[in-house]
Design a protein around this ligand. Structure first.
Ligand SMILES: C[S@@+](CC[C@H](N)C(=O)[O-])C[C@H]1O[C@@H](n2cnc3c(N)ncnc32)[C@H](O)[C@@H]1O
Length: 222
């Protein structure tokens, strides 16, 4: 094992407290409306399936920013060796309750202790958009070090221009976090600069309940 600490975002505690506050509403939304449930969205499900098929038996998968474990649980059902990690203790409590067969830990993406070349896949599924623009490259680099050669990274994120200061979310719950929106080209370029080769990009227009999104899958060279 080696420490792979990157710069600590100045607002990390605020972000954690905010997700703790919205966690129960977030779970309720996923379970009752299907928003955020990849099983209910054919394109998101296809992305996760493509990731799962590609990782196969390359090695364990880590779902970083797993929230209540929706994707972690789905990948486990598909037979992958997968665990989840999230900044918010309340999200992790929900994940453990909903998917008791999976292992979940509380930690920030910026403070993961991952062994080099230990993972077949890493997910940053709508969970890296709170990382400041100067912090994200270090986090991506830590993922690349943790991936085995040929391993896969799958990410989904919000598309747009500039930074959005959120003051409420998921049913009017007060929060304090910044959503760093990315244009697709610079986001993909960042992933390439971290040392990965893009495999696929999926652009999602804004929907009834969600803004525009981007899914990128990338592979660590052999
Ligand atoms: C929109 S939710 C998505 C959760 C999950 N990936 C899903 O698709 O349901 C964003 C998640 O990212 C987590 N998160 C935010 N910043 C994080 C960080 N620095 N490290 C780990 N998780 C983080 C939040 O706690 C929250 O659970």
């Amino acid at each position: 094992m080696r420490a792979q600490r990157t710069a600590r975002p100045a607002d990390l505690d605020q972000v954690r407290e905010s997700y703790d506050r919205v966690a129960d509403n977030y779970v309720h939304m996923v379970l009752t409306t299907g928003i955020g449930d990849i099983r209910r969205d054919p394109w998101l499900k296809a992305s996760i399936d493509a990731f799962a098929d590609s990782v196969g038996e390359l090695g364990p998968v880590l779902d970083v920013g797993c929230g209540p474990g929706t994707v972690t649980g789905y990948l486990a059902e598909r037979g992958l060796e997968v665990s989840g990690v999230d900044l918010s203790p309340r999200m992790v409590e929900n994940a453990r309750r909903l998917y008791p067969e999976c292992r979940f830990e509380v930690a920030s993406a910026t403070e993961l202790d991952l062994a080099d070349a230990s993972l077949g896949g890493v997910l940053g599924w709508w969970s890296l958009f709170n990382l400041p623009r100067d912090v994200l490259p270090g986090v991506l680099a830590s993922f690349v070090r943790a991936l085995r050669p040929g391993g896969y990274f799958l990410t989904g994120t919000h598309v747009g221009d500039g930074d959005l200061a959120r003051t409420e979310a998921y049913g009017g719950v007060p929060v304090r976090w910044t959503t760093y929106r990315w244009r697709p080209e610079p986001y993909v370029a960042l992933i390439e600069r971290a040392g990965l080769r893009p495999v696929a990009e999926l652009r999602l227009p804004a929907g009834e309940h969600t803004g525009p999104g981007l899914v990128v899958m990338a592979r660590k060279p052999d």
